[in-house]
Design a protein around this ligand. Structure first.
Ligand code: NAD
Ligand code: DAU
Length: 363
């Protein structure tokens, strides 16, 4: 028996989770690893600036968890990993994920989001074509559908692709590759599109942790444009529960939209966060940190999702109420300021200066 066969014998499923040291990936592993002790989870992550292994301390010693530090952009490394582990499932989350960074430097986005996904698909196709079943779950975003107006409409599974940013264009490109592998090779793949996630362990370049971090550091809170853009928010644990259901019961070839239904204008959300953080800290006046700056280039106005398919087919619905989830999130960041401080090292401040310094000075 070779080592792959031994692993197959020992574990009910062997699952690759790419990007498992990032925000959603780490929350997903913390959800799945203890829940399925008879599955082996292999976290494939090259540890970019957005990764944080300390997010995974809760499971790092678990017998059914392994970590492989490699880039999905490197085909040979990835191939060796697929030879070592007889994957039954790939949960693909690794990506360059921040819209602002994609505006200043799109090339890493093409490399990871398109070429990296292509490498994974090729390895999955080889397994599929040699008769070893493999399920490929591609975690995508609502941003591939572009921007909505004020007409109360929603994106659905059949909405046309209209990405606005280099980030969403590369996610769209990777989705098209997945669609083609489903149609051409019959790969058992599923694409999920979720709206804006928030919760513990999110890198503080994204709006909610950025606001909390800036309040804690008494730094300006930069608001793009007039703050009237609308985002739809989903607590990360609800996203993880949805991915768990898709993994086990999702239909081959399907697309699922995962929306929390918490649609709110950026400025309203930021003001709410200021009040909630102030109340927890016993301070006041954080709203005075709000600073309007030049708009993000290509800024999408509104996203909203019709998630009736995943609700009716798989019985998913969000378990957390928005304000309660915001409160848990704020509490987590207040209790994990070491984690937050470990993110805002030299690289973060360099990015922060490039993205905000001139805009804040001109505001
Ligand atoms: P993140 O930026 O927090 O984490 C990404 C992870 O991928 C990091 O750990 C990073 O090290 C890893 N990674 C990046 N390039 C890699 C490479 N070449 N090889 C291996 N690992 C690499 O991202 P996130 O917010 O957790 O998003 C995860 C996925 O979910 C992404 O595909 C993103 O497009 C999608 N998504 C995110 C949201 C959201 O609101 N955060 C919403 C919808 C979809
Ligand atoms: O919709 C899903 C997407 O949500 C994911 O695919 C992306 O990976 C994720 O980054 C997120 O993209 P957004 O661009 O919507 O998220 P971000 O947190 O960067 O911004 C949310 C909104 O807040 C957006 O309208 C821009 C605004 N914003 C953001 C930042 C960081 C500000 O006004 N000021 C800021 O400093």
């Amino acid at each position: 028996m070779n080592s792959g066969e031994m692993l197959k014998d020992k574990w009910t499923k062997v699952i690759a989770v790419t990007g498992g040291a990032g925000f959603i990936g780490s929350n997903l592993l913390l959800h799945l690893v203890p829940k399925y002790p008879d599955y082996l989870f292999v976290n494939i992550d090259c540890l970019t600036y957005a990764a944080n292994l300390s997010s995974l301390t809760g499971i790092e010693g678990a017998p059914n968890y392994r970590f492989k530090r490699l880039s999905i952009g490197d085909y040979l490394d990835l191939e060796r990993c697929f030879e070592e582990f007889p994957f039954d499932v790939v949960l693909h989350l690794a990506a360059e994920s921040h819209v602002d960074r994609s505006i200043y430097g799109p090339s890493d986005f093409v490399e990871t989001n398109i070429n990296g996904t292509f490498n994974l698909l090729e390895l999955a196709r080889h397994r599929h074509e040699t008769g070893r079943g493999i399920r490929f779950i591609h975690v995508s975003t609502d941003e591939v559908y572009g921007s909505l107006g004020d007409d109360g409409s929603f994106f659905s599974e059949s909405s046309p692709y209209r990405p606005s940013s280099p980030y969403s264009a590369t996610k769209a490109g990777s989705d098209h590759l997945v669609h083609s592998y489903i149609k051409t090779y019959g790969l058992d793949a599923i694409i999920t599109h979720s709206c804006n996630n928030f919760g513990p362990r999110q890198f503080p370049e994204k709006l909610i942790p950025l606001v909390i971090n800036n309040i804690l550091n008494r730094r300006e809170i930069p608001v793009y444009g007039n703050g009237q853009n609308i985002r739809s928010w989903l607590y990360v644990f609800d996203h993880c529960r949805a991915l768990d259901m898709v993994l086990h019961n999702g239909q081959k070839g399907a697309t699922y939209l995962i929306g929390g239904g918490n649609d709110i204008r950026n400025l309203d959300l930021i003001q709410r966060l200021c009040r909630m953080v102030d109340e927890k800290l016993g301070i006041s006046g954080s709203e005075r940190l709000i600073t309007f700056i030049e708009d993000r280039l290509g800024h999408d106005y509104r996203y909203a999702l019709d998630s009736s398919r995943i609700r009716s087919e798989l019985g998913w619905k969000p378990a957390y109420e928005f304000d309660q989830a915001l409160e848990f999130t704020i509490q987590w960041y207040l209790e994990h300021q070491d984690w937050l401080n470990s993110c805002i090292s030299g690289e973060y401040m360099k990015y922060y200066d490039v993205n905000y310094k001139r805009k804040l000075a001109e505001s």
